[in-house]
Design a protein around this ligand. Structure first.
Ligand code: SIN
Length: 316
């Protein structure tokens, strides 16, 4: 999708040292600021503002070594070294850095070099299966397939704003248990059994509506659909409510898809978006390096339910 010229003009005053070109979609903008390795302090501050404003940022044509990717991430907070996306059959994590995850379908010497293979990944919030999920994720494309493997993002501010009023009222004070046993590719995580009963299965409970700690705006927080559970409800009622919420949040008009080129860096706000990935041909190579910024506070402590609306929560 091409950047929207009117929106560019409207935002120009906000960003003096970078160009921010919003996509004419529910979220996302391309940022043009030259080589990210040489970004000035002023540019980093404006990138941070653009990230809060547009939820997902795309930087094209970058060349980053792993230490440079981690150095970029450090500008935005403390690195998260707790990511463990590998299921038993995909032991590909770079244990030297721990803060770097390789997401790839490539097999070398009979072993996957990274996680999540070539499969479709369901909508999810990164690591919502821990008490304090990361604030941000940064994904750098090293090799990409000619077709497929697009990453979709959806705007959870807008998902909340467009919910029917009675549903929103019903969610005030509600908490949802986020499943810890499976990753977004549907693979069982190491050390877990498949849940027999969602009311007892492992995973933290987070508020269904949370207030973003930096923007002060409310967003819907769903995590992952499989094995989730609305605390306190009989399972059939929880399932019915989750079905309604997910069919709303997964609507195409809340989403935007990124078609990758090698050298792209995409940075998203994990507190107000979800993402998913299209499957791709397993004969093609896709290698992405990912790092994450540690969450700053548990969502349960956030004063969810305030009335502020993020500008991106409003429909175009
Ligand atoms: C992820 O969910 O972090 C990976 C997304 C992707 O491979 O595009």
């Amino acid at each position: 999708m091409q950047p929207n010229a009117t929106a560019v003009a409207q935002q120009a005053h906000r960003y003096r040292d970078i160009d921010v070109l919003p996509f004419g979609a529910a979220l996302g903008a391309e940022v043009r600021c030259g080589d990210l390795r040489r970004a000035s302090a002023a540019q980093i501050a404006q990138i941070r503002q653009a990230w809060l404003d547009h939820l997902v940022l795309v930087f094209r044509g970058q060349t980053l070594s792993d230490p440079e990717l981690l150095a970029l991430a450090r500008h935005f907070g403390e690195l998260d070294d707790t990511a463990r996306p590998q299921p038993t059959d995909q032991p590909g994590q770079d244990l030297q850095t721990r803060a770097l995850t390789i997401v790839s379908n490539v097999i070398e010497n009979g072993k996957p070099i990274g996680a999540l293979s070539n499969v479709d990944l369901v909508w999810h919030t990164d690591m919502s299966y821990i008490e304090v999920p990361p604030d941000a994720s940064i994904l750098y494309a090293v090799e990409v397939p000619a077709a497929g493997g697009e990453t979709g993002f959806c705007n959870m501010y807008r998902a909340l704003e467009t919910l029917p009023r009675e549903m929103r009222t019903r969610l005030q004070g509600a908490t949802i248990k986020h499943d810890a046993t499976h990753n977004s590719g549907g693979f069982l995580r190491k050390g877990f059994d498949p849940p027999a009963d969602v009311t007892r299965s492992p995973g933290p409970s987070h508020p269904a509506i949370r207030t973003h700690p930096e923007t002060g705006c409310d967003a819907l927080f769903l995590g992952r659909r499989p094995y989730s559970y609305v605390q306190g409800l009989p399972v059939p009622e929880s399932e019915a409510l989750l079905e309604q919420l997910w069919s709303h949040a997964a609507k195409p008009d809340l989403a935007w898809y990124h078609k990758w080129r090698a050298g792209d860096v995409v940075m998203w706000d994990n507190r107000c978006t979800m993402h998913r990935r299209n499957a791709f041909d397993n004969n093609a190579r896709r290698i992405m390096h990912r790092t994450q910024i540690k969450g700053t506070r548990p969502y349960a402590a956030v004063n969810a339910g305030r009335a502020q609306v993020h500008p991106r929560g409003l429909t175009n």
